[in-house]
Design a binder for this molecule. Structure first.
Ligand SMILES: Nc1ncnc2c1ncn2[C@@H]1O[C@H](COP(=O)(O)OP(=O)(O)OP(=O)(O)O)[C@@H](O)[C@H]1O
Length: 251
């Protein structure tokens, strides 16, 4: 479980805090979605959880242990992060997938490629996993799927996913959701660990067990889709901005 206690943090020295007085508990299992307008502090929460940023006030804990008491690598081994704009390393598909886990076998790489629906594409390439990966040859959606495949090579305790805002193809979108929630219980990440998304799509928000609404650096409200729809005006506006019929029942 990740816990933030009274956390206030700025993005740099001399800057005003980007998040203030954050009290948040992310359960060990399940899907937590963060929503909010641009600049409300969603990415800053991820930076804090990843320890890229230190709080000015307050503290963070992972499974009851204060962040300062663990080595950065210990935290990073438990937390996987899928960025919105995934940096690809120059090299082959295999090298990109093995970036954090050089010891992974070809069989393991195939398994995660299958999970994100890229196995067919890789198999169709003459050199398979040894094919060079160039940012010019993969779409934004495929990039995020490669990052996701990399993140799930070893089951992380916490999977942080900053969902792509750019239009991505339907297959990629579906693959991302399947990784969070799979009909196959063994592969359902939210059943085995914590999945935290910065959600930019309706389907992701609807999927969440808990939703956090950020506003101007603070947590404005927390709840399920149904309770927030009934009680929170900003949530309703965010949902309609996602061009959704707010009365549509949760899928
Ligand atoms: N690298 C940075 N340097 C300085 N200020 C920053 C930096 N990144 C974000 N901020 C500021 O911190 C505040 C919170 O930004 P943050 O990126 O966490 O919001 P967000 O909700 O993730 O927004 P978006 O949806 O646009 O990514 C904003 O006022 C923003 O201008």
């Amino acid at each position: 479980m990740i816990e933030l206690r009274g956390v206030t943090a700025a993005r740099g020295p001399g800057l005003r805090p980007a998040v203030r007085d954050i009290d948040l508990r992310i359960p060990r299992r399940g899907h937590t979605a963060i929503v909010g307008l641009s600049g409300s502090g969603k990415t800053t929460l991820f930076s804090l959880i990843l320890r890229f940023l230190q709080p000015q006030e307050g503290s963070l804990l992972l499974n009851g242990q204060a962040y300062e008491e663990s080595a950065p690598w210990e935290l990073r081994a438990k937390i996987a992060y899928v960025e919105q704009e995934t940096p690809l390393v120059p090299g082959t598909i295999g090298e990109n997938l093995r970036f954090s886990h050089p010891e992974a076998t070809d069989e393991e790489l195939r398994r995660v490629l299958r999970e994100v629906g890229l196995d067919g594409k890789v198999d169709s390439l003459e050199d398979g996993l040894d094919s060079p990966l160039s940012p010019a040859t993969v779409s934004g959606g495929e990039r995020q799927r490669i990052a996701l495949a990399r993140a799930i090579l070893r089951t992380p305790d916490v999977l942080l996913l900053d969902e792509a805002t750019a239009q991505i193809d339907a297959l990629s979108e579906a693959a991302v959701h399947t990784v969070i929630r799979d009909r196959d219980r063994d592969r359902d990440r939210a059943r085995h660990g914590a999945v935290v998304t910065i959600a930019h799509r309706l389907s992701t928000v609807l999927d969440a067990d808990a939703i956090i609404v950020m506003e101007a650096g603070r947590i404005r409200a927390t709840g399920t889709h149904e309770t927030l729809l009934a009680t929170d005006d900003l949530y309703r506006r965010l949902i309609s901005a996602l061009r959704i019929n707010a009365t549509q029942p949760a899928a």
